[in-house]
Ligand binder design. Structure first.
Ligand SMILES: Nc1ncnc2c1ncn2[C@@H]1O[C@H](COP(=O)(O)OP(=O)(O)OP(=O)(O)O)[C@@H](O)[C@H]1O
Ligand SMILES: [Mg+2]
Length: 425
């Protein structure tokens, strides 16, 4: 019966040139396997190897695109699976070609390559287009930097952070881009709204680090940077985009889907910044709040435990309260009348507050800071990584931490994140 069941769910698709197979794995379903039988195909810019079995887990939403035409097989239950002939891939590829021209020019003149920022509302494929452009660049032998400013659905480190990653090989289908030595800053919230002042400070700091980093490697300098952003494009969110464009000194802004945003940026950006409109793919799937929360959770789980294919074994250890110092960024707001002389009302947002370990910290992530001093440095330093508080013993004054690395911690200064993780292993 079981084998019959499986047989039922083997589907074969023949793709014409420039078409794509879109499929979704059931959100609570079992794995789905994809095999390229003949021809050439890619998933978000990563080439498929013929005959290799690729597996996709519950909730995955995938497009298998072919420039030349191909035959692929899907094994397992999918929610949706269909072949689409209308895709914006040619436009995305032209966009890559334009960036590639800029890289060639930069290389010749030993100048900085293109810094491109992807913007657009929620669920238009920003992260996917970043991935496609980075994959194409690295397949041409480039070594671009990927900057992720999306604290909610980012692809570097854990949620609640922003960061930069050097891309040296195409993304793997199950694990995305290899996370070797990313540069990570802890914001500590799921959306930038929760502390705009801090968010602004952090991406400005990241922009400075990126500008330095890019100068140290000739190849990366010519390859440039691709910046991903979150879907908050109105009001304050729009202001952040403008400020980020300035801080990173972007050359190109790629606007996905929204003409209003495109027009606003054309109006507000100086002429030397190219603002380009890109249509969204009909395949991009909207995600509910709960799907977003689930994917955040998944990212944190992977941070500690790895992926099903490449599992990691995190460490759990006790640490005395006296061995560490925990801080949070941002204190309670004070009414104007209570503010000390010379202090602005928004200053509380970047206040460094020392905390005593307490039961409220249970399940929270703590950023292990590289800061050496207990002042502003704690805000602006990048982080070594994250640990999760899995137990608090107030009597013995001991914290139990889940950590990707064994004891000791690289630093004893920790910063509390709003992000939580229930360790159910
Ligand atoms: N052509 C496509 N066919 C099928 N699924 C796609 C396609 N392009 C993107 N997707 C899927 O759609 C979902 C949303 O895409 P993506 O995450 O790139 O959007 P986004 O604009 O970055 O969203 P957010 O606002 O959450 O950051 C993802 O699960 C992605 O795998
Ligand atoms: Mg995204």
């Amino acid at each position: 019966m079981a084998s019959e069941d499986k047989k039922e769910h083997v589907q074969e698709f023949k793709l014409d040139p420039d078409s794509e197979l879109r499929f979704e794995v059931e959100s609570k379903g079992e794995k789905v396997f994809l095999i390229l039988k003949a021809g050439f195909a890619e998933v978000f810019g990563t080439e498929l190897v013929k005959g290799k079995q690729y597996e996709f887990t519950a909730g995955a939403k995938i497009a298998v695109f072919s420039w030349q035409g191909c035959t692929v097989e899907l094994k397992g239950k999918t929610d949706v699976s269909y072949v689409a002939r209308e895709t914006p891939m040619v436009i995305y590829c032209n966009c890559h070609a334009a960036l590639e021209d800029m890289r060639c020019d930069a290389e010749k003149e030993n100048k900085r390559g293109p810094i491109a920022m992807l913007v657009g509302p929620c669920d238009v494929g920003k992260s996917t287009v970043c991935r496609i452009l980075l994959n194409y660049a690295v397949r041409m032998g480039r070594r671009p930097l990927f900057v992720d400013l999306d604290v909610g659905q980012g692809q570097i480190s854990v949620p609640g952070t922003i960061g930069a990653l050097l891309i040296e090989r195409p993304a793997s289908l199950d694990e995305g881009f290899s996370q070797e030595a990313p540069l990570v800053y802890n914001f500590g919230h799921k959306t930038p709204q929760l502390n705009s002042t801090l968010f602004n400070m952090l991406f400005t700091q990241l922009a400075n680090s990126v500008k330095e980093k890019i100068e140290t490697n000739k190849k990366t300098k010519a390859s440039g940077v691709i910046i991903n952003t979150c879907g908050w494009v109105k009001g304050e969110g729009y202001k952040h985009l403008i400020q980020a464009a300035k801080a990173f000194e972007v050359d190109v802004i790629l606007v996905l889907d929204q003409e209003r945003l495109y027009n606003e940026l054309v109006r507000d950006m100086p002429n030397f910044i190219k603002v380009v409109f890109l249509p969204k793919s009909g395949g991009v799937v909207e995600r509910s709040q709960s799907a977003r929360a689930e994917s955040r959770d998944q990212r944190i789980r992977e941070y500690f435990y790895g992926t099903p294919k490449n599992s990691a074994y995190p460490h759990s250890f006790d640490i005395k309260w006296s061995e560490i110092k925990i801080f949070k960024i941002g204190g309670p707001a004070l009414p104007d009348s209570c503010l000390p002389l010379g202090m602005k009302a928004e200053d509380h947002l970047t206040k460094v507050v020392a905390l005593t370990p307490n039961p409220g910290m249970l399940h929270h992530l703590l950023a292990v800071s590289y800061a050496t001093k207990e002042d502003e440095e704690l805000i602006l330093s990048h982080v070594a990584g994250f640990v999760c508080v899995t137990n608090i013993d107030t009597e013995r004054q001991i914290l139990t931490l889940l950590s990707p690395q064994p004891k000791p911690l690289p630093n004893n200064l920790l910063v509390l994140s709003e992000l939580q993780f229930m360790d159910s292993h």
